[in-house]
Design a protein around this ligand. Structure first.
Ligand code: NOJ
Length: 978
């Protein structure tokens, strides 16, 4: 195969030199008309200081309260345009979330208002416990169990505030930056200065606006003096015709007394978002949300990358609040701090209505629950998809795939999935095998599947425009493709050359798209050369268009319903993975869980599969920032996430590759991937000792699969992320607010500090509490402190700083196997890591890992508890018991279980699976007897070391109980006595 790099391919396709596709291919705020207008508005406000006042006010006589007090509706006007009407609507949901919507009413056109309908799982239930009380200046409603929450709408100027115990938590328009540009008719260019004469001696506010600040000239005072890019905008060689004219939305959202904010992924930056405004902002541009294929993205930047989740957490030691803005158009967000303890944000979106969800918290945990009630939880993935994925652009032939598989097996390295990038397809016509190199695709897939493994094959959203591509032909004939502003089929360039894009907003696409994945011929064209062992990778779905503005589609392209691409850009990619995951799930009679990896994502994408952080570079910097990006997408609900292990671009030296495997093994999604132009770097190609190190890491990941799967189960039920940064675990600990290079794995009790530095031999780890933490590998006991403590731990190349928090019980499967499927009947090892007070607890969740039988109650969910029974101070009882039915209100993938039978068919099928070893860490002294309750003495060993209750550090005492002959699905207890 030709060896071309990414740039080379681009250059070949476009016939243009593609030099460096970096920052300058993408707009800065000052190059984007509406962002510039939004920032200028805020600059004018700042300049005017106290004199600034929002022109928006609510007309109290228009207030109506509907649905039995639950919905509050009122008319809003801007003093600048009295003839224009806006409607404000507030609803309080039964869990305390407040939804604030504002739209232009009876305007010249309709603003896009469907973003929430794609993001939300269902229409939220409205509280029946709300009573609005109107006063002269405001209307308010107190709610919550103790009426601790209150929402207050002030009439003039219009503000909306959420209060807790009388203290403001979130304030909208407190700074007067609300501005919904109304639809208007294009006449000749109007400058606001024409409306009123400038006042003498008035000051100019910014370089570009010669506006004159004078309240006698209110439009210029507020909006600036000219129609800045209202009707057309040019960037580089592209011109965006703006047939609808200006329709941007600006809003300041302030969080009094919340000094830190997290979220609004995806950006390559720290988890605690650095400022973009103020005296010395960290970034000069606002954070941008505009799904983009940024070639060689910067490792520290507020620029957009592939996905956008408009969710923000504002945090302080005693409160967390969140917001979700259901807007799908390009959005810029400024972040600054006014007083030391508050955060001010300014949201500027190009189009759409205001549809904002205020999540009252008051803890991070509450926010995750509130958010997942809106947009759903991460779907419980297929078990195999938590194993190791081997990818590269490209495995070049079916024999190449077979050889790679053989090499893994020869080296006894576990792997679950082999991936095929775009070169499997003939001329990049997805679904169509390139028979020269893949003459026998079904045989190849079966050769992989026979060994219990899967394949993931790429299907991108661009279709090659050629008469010999039935998929394109059908889409074109049926009118299923995105259109240009003149309503003709849109043509752009991507991997397949001249391409067209399927319009997933069109309901007629849905069944047709699903029909393509059927492995039986059911329509004119179905993917019969595929099997149920094939899963799908959706790439380039920002969408990436090589010759489009900012490497994407023109904003004036038209989607189903007549909406412009500008209105839907950020949700476009989510629809693709949504439909693909449905297609894979439904492709055959046998319903199995689909796996779909997506590059672009939006709020709600967690329901459809996994994401990865895109084309990272093989640098230490990218390795480090990848950890932060993954944490921040976890905050945004996308728990199933990871980065390309090894770095997409470049040839990592062995040390870097080993560290990258460590990072990957400790991430929810674990896949190695490499650019077409890189050297082969499958782990079996490494020299010793690196090869051995990577093999150990792969085996570690597999031994921990029960932990990962249990973590995903928890996430799929509660909405809490799989990876939890410090502020989520210890919200009160200020010292942890900025920590984003170590994290916990769900509630397993595991704390990870991935090493992302060259030549490291040790690492610093922050322990936030007065608790013992054991090194996962050698059980060295470290001590934290109530006010936090930093410890230094060994971190030579073969070592991962991984700890078990005292008080946890973790379940692993320690027998090395070639894939996760061969582990299904393997016995378990339980690690009981005693807390300072001598107790521990953990959970284990198991099901068949592939079907939906778990939704009907076919699963095993155990709780392990170690404690000293009352009045038996010389006993430790380690018990296994059933977790029973999901707790009230809990649902698996949105399905609430009504009844649960612990003796379900799945549980019975693994009744013989044993716990083969129990390791108790941190006992005080050697026990006298160790027995299964009501049974004989067991075979055990004890080595004396540091006890959990000690103050000392050093290797902990270890009690190893060998083969207690207890089933993992049954209730039992092991009694340790002195
Ligand atoms: C871009 C993706 O980010 C990368 O992972 C993939 O290898 C190439 N597209 C080719 O499909």
């Amino acid at each position: 195969m030709r060896s071309l790099n990414y740039l080379g391919i681009l250059s070949l396709l476009l016939g243009v030199p593609t030099h460096s596709l970096k920052a300058h291919d993408f707009k800065t705020c000052s190059q984007s008309g509406f962002c510039r207008r939004g920032r200028a508005l805020s600059a004018r406000a700042k300049e005017a200081g106290e004199a600034w006042s929002s022109p928006y006010s609510l007309d109290p006589s228009s207030i109506s309260i509907a649905s039995n007090q639950a919905i509050f509706i009122a008319g809003v006007k801007s003093a600048l345009y009295p003839e224009i009407n806006f409607g404000l609507e507030l609803r309080v949901h039964d869990d305390g979330v407040v939804r604030v919507r504002m739209d232009e009413v009876r305007g010249l056109r309709k603003r896009y208002d469907e973003a929430a309908s794609w993001a939300l799982i269902s229409e939220p239930t409205i509280s029946s416990d709300i009573k609005w009380t109107a006063g002269k200046k405001d209307i308010r409603a107190a709610y919550g169990p103790k009426k601790e929450n209150e929402v207050v709408v002030t009439f003039a100027p219009l503000t909306v505030a959420l209060l807790r115990n009388g203290k403001e938590q979130v304030v909208l328009n407190g700074q007067g930056l609300l501005h919904m540009e109304h639809f208007r008719t294009k006449t000749q260019e109007v400058t606001h200065t024409e409306e009123a004469a400038p006042q003498e001696g008035a000051e100019a506010v910014s370089d570009d606006a010669q506006a004159v600040i004078t309240p006698t000239n209110p439009r210029a005072w507020f909006e600036g003096d000219k129609e800045d890019d209202y009707w057309e905008e040019t960037f580089s060689s592209w011109t965006d015709s703006k047939p609808k004219g200006p329709e941007s939305l600006s809003l300041d959202i302030n969080f009094p007394n919340h000094p830190v904010v997290y979220g609004i992924p995806q950006h390559a930056t720290r988890l605690a978002l650095p400022t973009t405004t103020g005296e010395s902002p960290f970034f000069s541009d606002p954070y941008r949300l505009y799904n983009a294929d940024v070639f060689e993205y910067l490792a520290s930047s507020p620029m957009s990358i592939y996905g956008s989740i408009p969710v923000l957490h504002a945090h302080s030691a005693d409160s967390t609040v969140g917001i979700f803005h259901a807007v799908a158009s390009e959005t810029w967000i400024d972040v600054g701090h006014s007083a030391e303890k508050s955060t001010e944000t300014h949201w500027i979106s190009e189009s759409g209505i205001l549809d904002l969800f205020l999540m009252p918290g008051p803890t991070p945990e509450d926010i995750f629950k509130q958010y997942s009630r809106l947009t759903g939880t991460t779907v419980l993935p297929a078990h195999w998809s938590l194993g190791y994925h081997q990818c590269r652009w490209n495995y070049v032939s079916s024999d190449d795939v077979r050889t790679v598989q053989k090499r893994f097996d020869e080296e006894d390295m576990p792997v679950d999935v082999f991936w095929l990038d775009i070169e499997y397809s003939e001329e990049h016509k997805y679904f169509i095998w390139d028979k020269k190199n893949f003459p026998d695709p079904v045989d190849m897939i079966n050769d992989v599947a026979t060994l219990g493994r899967k394949m993931v094959v790429i299907v991108d959203p661009h279709l090659k425009r050629t008469s010999d591509y039935p998929v394109y032909q059908a889409a074109s004939e049926k009118g299923l493709l995105v259109k240009t502003k003149s309503e003709t089929e849109y043509e752009g360039w991507c991997w397949s050359g001249s391409s067209a894009w399927v319009d997933f907003f069109n309901p007629n696409v849905w069944d047709w798209w699903k029909s393509l994945f059927k492995t039986q011929q059911i329509s004119t064209w179905s993917w019969t050369e595929s099997t149920n062992a094939v899963h799908i990778w959706n790439d380039m779905n920002e969408p990436s268009v090589f010759n489009g503005p900012e490497i994407t589609m023109p904003k004036d392209n038209i989607h189903h319903g007549g909406w412009e691409h500008r209105d839907v850009h950020n949700i476009n990619g989510m629809l693709f993975s949504n439909l693909t995951s449905q297609a894979v799930a439904e492709r055959s009679e046998e319903l199995t869980r689909p796996f779909v990896l997506t590059r672009a994502f939006y709020a709600g994408s967690q329901r459809f599969g996994a994401m990865w952080t895109g084309d990272n570079l093989g640098t230490w910097e990218h390795m480090a920032v990848g950890v932060k990006i993954v944490l921040s997408v976890n905050i945004g609900g996308m728990s199933f996430s990871g980065s390309d292990v090894g770095g997409f671009f470049g040839n990592p030296e062995p040390e870097m590759l080993v560290r990258w495997y460590q990072v990957g093994a400790m991430a929810p999604f674990f896949r190695a991937h490499a650019h077409i132009d890189t050297k082969r770097r499958e782990p079996f190609l490494l020299e010793q000792p690196y090869k051995g190190m990577v093999k150990d890491i792969l085996r570690l990941r597999y031994s921990m699969l029960p932990i990962w799967y249990t973590a995903f189960r928890e996430t799929s039920v509660t909405g809490l992320p799989v990876l939890r940064p410090h502020y989520v675990m210890f919200p009160k600990d200020k010292a942890g607010f900025d920590i984003d290079d170590q994290y916990y794995i769900a509630s397993s009790g595991l704390l990870v500090k991935p090493v992302t530095e060259k030549d490291a031999t040790e690492a610093k780890v922050y322990l936030p509490e007065d608790q013992v933490y054991y090194d996962y590998f050698n059980h060295h006991a470290y001590r934290g402190a109530a006010n936090g403590k930093e410890i230094t731990v060994p971190a030579a190349l073969h070592q991962i700083p991984l700890f078990i928090r005292g008080g946890s019980i973790v379940s692993t499967r320690e027998r090395p196997r070639r894939s996760s499927t061969s582990m299904k009947a393997d016995p378990f090892t339980l690690r009981v890591a005693l807390s300072r007070t001598g107790t521990a607890r953990g959970e284990l969740y198991l099901d068949d890992g592939e079907t939906y039988a778990h939704r009907a109650g076919h699963f095993v969910w155990r709780e392990f508890v170690a404690e000293t029974p009352k009045k038996k101070s010389r006993t430790l009882r380690i018990a296994s018991r059933d977790m029973g039915v999901a707790r009230p209100g809990e649902a698996v993938d949105g399905v609430v279980l009504k009844a649960f039978n612990p003796a379900n068919a799945y549980a019975q099928s693994i009744a013989d699976v044993r716990v083969e070893k129990v390791v108790v860490v941190g006992l005080n002294s050697k026990p006298k007897t160790v027995k299964v309750e009501g049974g004989a003495d067991l075979n055990w060993e004890f080595t004396l070391g540091v006890a959990a209750a000690d103050k000392k550090e050093g290797t902990a005492s270890i009690l190893t109980i060998k083969d207690p002959r207890v089933s993992v699905v049954k209730d039992w207890a092991i009694i340790v006595e002195w």
